[in-house]
Structures are given as structure tokens and as C-alpha cells.
Ligand binder design. Structure first.
Ligand code: BG6
Length: 462
């Protein structure tokens, strides 16, 4: 019912994700009156912290304007903290008491799990046992990747979660689905007449979805080395974008209608082989500045001689009537020359070309990062300037509203892992040596050869 209180619980409240993304996002939602006024916030973590200490940690990320000071104070008054250990049942009883105390026994509860994956099982079990909403309230669980590391481990986790919660209670975050431009893909394709008639194999030669970051592992080497760029970015963020670009028109904008169409795209994809990919690993640039001097293997948290790729390019195919034969190329790299995430859709060359190949190939660019833009060669619309909510802010609001459209459903996740698991196992077992590329370069040249072989004419990003 509309007036029921909400309690938003941040599990892992003392961590990095909490301070950088979650506290700021809930503050902005509260500031802009997008979530119910009677929402209370409870932080839970192992460290012995006061609310003041949490507030100080978050401060640099909160972006508080002068005129918002009063509202900001009110926000913190709605916050409290429970110190507890993730595997102590008594602590979850205390957490439950706190939730009931601040929110009454009618409250709706959202648990955001900002914790390492090794704790997913124990924490969700304890929430289920001790902290579920009673009476009329609902409970929703937000979880963050990694959702396993291959099909088997992911399905084990899914089974565990499925035994505790209904799918409607689970919100698997892929924060790329919260980005403005990613959310724009469906309206762009299905909300106007310009693109859809040519959105097919007769007119499109290739699609390149690319993610580039100009920095390396930045002290996250320990986590990264275990997962690698394919699990970190490609199997989730890039594959989600691919689904939105390639899917058929859903029968409505209801969450499950959209997710049904995305699953169909994934089901039409073959499992990837080693031949479909180019793998790279950055090495230091002796002439570079600062971090650029260090290669991946110089990071002390990375295992010695590691063969973990920090760059990957994969050529995928979608075997259906619309896309048969069109390469969908996914590329991602750390420590490369720029910070961009974009989709480049290249149209087939025209017959009877008046310009004898002198013009650039017709290319529709959907730029997701750093600025948002859609442009067609030189003509285009750009959405610069407006204040747009951040991915996390949008997604957390969706959880309050019970909208699962921009979250990953369990069958979607299973299919995404199916496409990548054999490849990941091959990489793990055969340890193909990743091709070295210099920190700050555009990535291994072999990747560009592969693009050319797959009918993508690379002309650099502009
Ligand atoms: C995360 C990855 O999911 O996405 C990081 O773990 C990556 O390695 C990040 O840097 C990129 O997100 P964004 O929103 O900064 O593009």
C-alpha cells in the first residue's frame, strides 16, 4: 500500500561500492523526492563504525549543493548502522530488529548486496532466515556481479537464490542497463520509422560494440586476475548491449516481454571458440607517464606470469533470419588510448558507388560513454547538457517501483554464460599467451585485422 514505509538496507556499508555508488545514489533519489519520504536506510557491515564515519567516507561522492544542505542533513537522520558479521545469525536477528524498529513490521525491504561474491550464499541465507518482510510488506534483493565464473558456478548460485527467493524478488544489476544511452536503444529502434526498416542483414554489414578504458587494473588486480576482461566486461555489459541492438520487437515494454526477446538473441548464438577471439595483455610503456610505465604483470596483486587477458575482441554471430552472416564484434580493453563505449553499426557499401570507395563507410554510432550521442556520419542528435541520473540511481529507483525491465533474468544469465563458458575453459586450460600491447595504445593490431576480416572498416573513433 502506498503509505507503507520502506527500509533500504546496504549490506557491505563500509565498502567501496557503498560509498562510491550506493549512498550517493540513494541520497540523490531522496533529494529529488523520487523515493517515498518515509524511507529509512540501514547500513550493515563488519567494521566498528559510527554513522558519522560512514558519512565522512561518502562525503567526496555525494555532490551536495549549498541549497541542499538542509535536505542533506535530513537524509543522514534517516540513516543508521548495524555492526555485524555476515555469518553470525544473532547479528542478523539484530539487523531484523533494527529494520522493524525504524520501519515498523509493515515495511517493504530492499537489501542491496554490496559484498564480495564469496559472501552471497551465506548472506542471502541469513536474510531469508531472519530478515524477510512480514505482514503486507515485500522484500527485494539487489545483487551485483560476478554471478559465478562459468555456467556451472552461475547455475549453482542461481539454484541457491532460486531456492530462497522468487524471481520477482531478485534484481541482478548490470549497471550498463541503467545508462541513459543503453536505455535509449529500444526507443531508438522501435519508437520511430527511420532505423527499423534497414536494421537487418540486407543493409547492415557488421556491428562493433566497443569498450575502452585508458587505465589499468588500478589496485584491483587481485579481483581482476581471477576474472579477466571477458568476465569483467564482455560477458555482461557488452553482451547486454548486443541483445538490445539485435533483439526483435517485444510485444510490449513489460519487463518479461523485453527479457524474453533478449533471451532469444542469446539462444541464437553459438558458443565461442578460441579462433573467434583475439586476447591481449597490456605491458608498460617506458616512455609513458605515471601508471603507464607499469604493465599488468607489474601490479603486485596480479599472480606472477599471469595469462589473464586485459583486452579481448570476439566475433559472434546471431543465427536468425534478421542477422544470419552479420558479424557482431565485441571488443574491450583496459589501459588503451581512450575512454569510450560505443556501438558502431556499419551499413553495406552501396552498389554503383559514385565515390569509388573514397567516402567513409555509412556508420551509425551510438555513443554511450563518455558523452552520450547518436550520430550518423556527420549528421546527428546529441543529448548533451541535461542533468541525467546515473545508472545506479535509475536502477535503484526501478527496484523501489518493482520494475525488472533493466535487470538480468536468471535464464538470460544462464544463456550468457553458455556462450562464453567453453571459451573461458579453453583459456583457463590452454593458457594461450595474450598478445602484449602497450599501455595507452589502441590495443593489439591483430584485433584490427580481425575487424577487417569481419567486414568492419575501422576508421578510428572521432
Ligand atoms: C565494471 C567493471 O563492471 O565496469 C570495471 O568491473 C569497469 O572493470 C567498469 O571499469 C566500467 O564501468 P563504467 O560505468 O565506468 O563504464
Amino acid at each position: 500500500e502506498a503509505s507503507a514505509p520502506h527500509v533500504f538496507v546496504i549490506m557491505g556499508a563500509s565498502g567501496d561500492l557503498a560509498k562510491k555508488k550506493i549512498y550517493p545514489s540513494v541520497w540523490w533519489l531522496y533529494r529529488d523526492r523520487l523515493i517515498p519520504e518515509n524511507t529509512m536506510f540501514v547500513g550493515f557491515a563488519r567494521s566498528d563504525l559510527t554513522m558519522k564515519e560512514i558519512r565522512d567516507k561518502c562525503q567526496p561522492y555525494m555532490e551536495v549543493k549549498e541549497a541542499e544542505q538542509e535536505r542533506y542533513e535530513q537524509f543522514w537522520e534517516l540513516n543508521c548502522y548495524v555492526r555485524g558479521s555476515n555469518d553470525t545469525q544473532r547479528d542478523f536477528e539484530l539487523l531484523n530488529q533494527k529494520i522493524t524498529e525504524v520501519g515498523t513490521d509493515r515495511a517493504n525491504r530492499i537489501f542491496h548486496l554490496a559484498i564480495p561474491p564469496s559472501l552471497f550464499v551465506i548472506v542471502t541465507s541469513n536474510i531469508k532466515k531472519f530478515c524477510m518482510a512480514t505482514k503486507s510488506g515485500w522484500t527485494r534483493i539487489i545483487i551485483e556481479k560476478p554471478f559465478g565464473r562459468d555456467s556451472e558456478s552461475s547455475s549453482k548460485l542461481s539454484n541457491h537464490l532460486g531456492s530462497l527467493f522468487k524471481e520477482e524478488e531478485l534484481y541482478r544489476i548490470d549497471h550498463y542497463l541503467g545508462k541513459e544511452m543503453v536505455q535509449n536503444i529500444i526507443p531508438l529502434r522501435f519508437g520511430n520509422q527511420i532505423f527499423e526498416p534497414t536494421w537487418n542483414r540486407d543493409n547492415i554489414a557488421s556491428v562493433f560494440i566497443s569498450f575502452k578504458e585508458p587505465f589499468g587494473t588500478h589496485g584491483r588486480g587481485g579481483y581482476f586476475d581471477e576474472f579477466g576482461i571477458i568476465r569483467d566486461v564482455m560477458q555482461n555489459h557488452l553482451l547486454q548491449i548486443l541483445c538490445l541492438v539485435a533483439m526483435e520487437k517485444p510485444c510490449s515494454t513489460a519487463a518479461d516481454d523485453i527479457r524474453d526477446e533478449k533471451v532469444k538473441v542469446l539462444k541464437s548464438m553459438d558458443e565461442l571458440m578460441l579462433d573467434d577471439v583475439v586476447l591481449g595483455q597490456y605491458v608498460g610503456d617506458p616512455e609513458g607517464e605515471g601508471d603507464a610505465k607499469d604493465g599488468y604483470l607489474d601490479d603486485p596483486t596480479v599472480s606472477q606470469g599471469s595469462a589473464t587477458p586485459t583486452y579481448a575482441l570476439a566475433v559472434t554471430k546471431i543465427n536468425n533470419e534478421r542477422w544470419d552472416g552479420v558479424p557482431f564484434i565485441l571488443g574491450c580493453g583496459k589501459a588503451v588510448d581512450e575512454r569510450t563505449v560505443e556501438v558502431r553499426i556499419q551499413h553495406r557499401d552501396v552498389d554503383g558507388d559514385l565515390f569509388h570507395g573514397q567516402t567513409k563507410r555509412n556508420e551509425l554510432v551510438i555513443r554511450i560513454q563518455p558523452d552520450r550521442a547518436i550520430y550518423y556520419e556527420t549528421y546527428g542528435t546529441s543529448y548533451k547538457g541535461a542533468k541525467l541520473p546515473l545508472a545506479y540511481e535509475r536502477l535503484i529507483l526501478d527496484v523501489f517501483c518493482g520494475s525488472q525491465m533493466h535487470f538480468v533474468r536468471s535464464d538470460e544469465l544462464a544463456e550468457a554464460w553458455r556462450v562464453f563458458t567453453p571459451l573461458l575453459h579453453k583459456i583457463q586450460n590452454e593458457k594461450p599467451k595474450p598478445i602484449p600491447y602497450k599501455y595507452g595504445s589502441r590495443g593489439p593490431e591483430e584485433a584490427y585485422k580481425k575487424l577487417a576480416e569481419n567486414d568492419f572498416k575501422y576508421s578510428g573513433s572521432d
